[in-house]
Ligand binder design. Sequence first.
Ligand code: PLP
Ligand code: COI
Length: 340
Amino acid sequence: MNVKEQLTQAMTMPFGKVLADTMASASFVDGVWSEHKITPLAPLQLSPGAHVFHYASSCFEGMKAHRGQDGRIRAFRMDRHMARFRNSAEMLCLPFPADDLCNRMIRELVSVCDHWVPEHPGTLYIRPTLIGTEASIGSAASPSKEALLYVVISPVGDYFQGGQRPLKLMVEAKKWRTSPEFGQAKAGSNYAAALKIIQDAKKKLGVDQVLFAPGGDVQETGAANFIMLNDRQLITKPLDNSFLPGITRDSILKLAQDLGYEVVERKITLQDLWEWIKNGEAALTGTAAVLAGVGTLVYEGKEILIGDGGIGPNTQRLRTALLDIQKGLAPDTHSWMNNI
Ligand code: PLP
Ligand code: COI
């Protein structure tokens, strides 16, 4: 299959299934980072004793490059993704390159693979990944002295199967997605910790995701942040260490402010949530999810509609505002788009 055919196929496949045929990598050995290599996509060769396999020393980023109306390719808010990546690495005691190595790896890979960037509504999902590679199965309480940083890229369509449709979420009022301090890290282990809860909810209730609200504190879902909005206001939980500081969340908050909404960052209790959804809208923000409307919540076995159960007009409006900037249809007033 040629690349064009693979791009078409990727739009109907599950998100992230199709990888481009080229990747970038750099390694950390003897205290120094190597220069990066751009190579054909290939399996990694790692010791079965590598730190990552035993002690989950793994973190990643998820960002996107867009093909604008003018045909040029631009990545969205690379600086913010790099800053969060560095923070995740620090939290996992993994080395992170001091200069702009990761930034250069991404730019070079995307330039070489420009034919892998689909036209909107397709985008190129970029997955920089950092793992501890030292072979040392006794290092449960010490960091990996060696690491591998690599970037793979994937042409993607919608994250949630079935395209633009209102989502159904189970509200989990007891269990945490991850440990309170670690929610801010984009660590592979956080996704592993939440997987069973999400999987059980999907199987038993047919939901798309779980909204974590431990002790009644509405935080985020397993793969996106949570906001509530109406014609006048946008409300979301203020940043703390318990959940991922989403870059889409930050962008939507800024766009909402530009459009005259009152943006309120405050704690959301379950009581607030039940009250809000009688008339208001709810949505998820994320690189993969973009801005996805929520139509139904399931709590203690009961289904509760949000408004009329559809995607709300304010959700649509803000989604279009963000996508228009990414497509190059609206001015990039916040300088979010980075030329590749
Ligand atoms: N929360 C979780 C757990 C996520 O996996 C993501 C996706 O990256 C987000 C929030 C949203 O973050 P961002 O908007 O930076 O993609
Ligand atoms: C993202 O939106 O980038 C995510 O990480 C979500 C998911 C694919 C894990």
